[in-house]
Design a protein around this ligand. Structure first.
Ligand code: ZN
Length: 73
């Protein structure tokens, strides 16, 4: 059972690392720009020191949208 779940975890981790190298969208606060380096994969809600609290996917989506704006600007 354990050996069956390991490859799936590894491929997910590799994909996340590629995205992170490109832009740390899920770790960056979309309000103040602070990067939360200790954000865990199981943390579904992004909580920042500035008081921002939102779904981590929504936070990442906002950051990716801004990232695209920077690239085309
Ligand atoms: Zn913040």
């Amino acid at each position: 059972m354990d050996s069956g779940s390991t490859p799936r975890l590894n491929s997910l981790e590799i994909r996340l690392r590629i995205v992170d190298r490109f832009y740390p969208s899920s770790k960056t606060c979309c309000v103040c720009g602070n990067i939360k380096t200790d954000l865990k994969l199981k943390d579904r809600v992004y909580v920042c020191d500035c008081g921002n609290q939102m779904d981590r996917d929504l936070n990442a989506a906002i950051n990716l949208e801004r990232c695209d704006q920077y690239k085309t600007a």
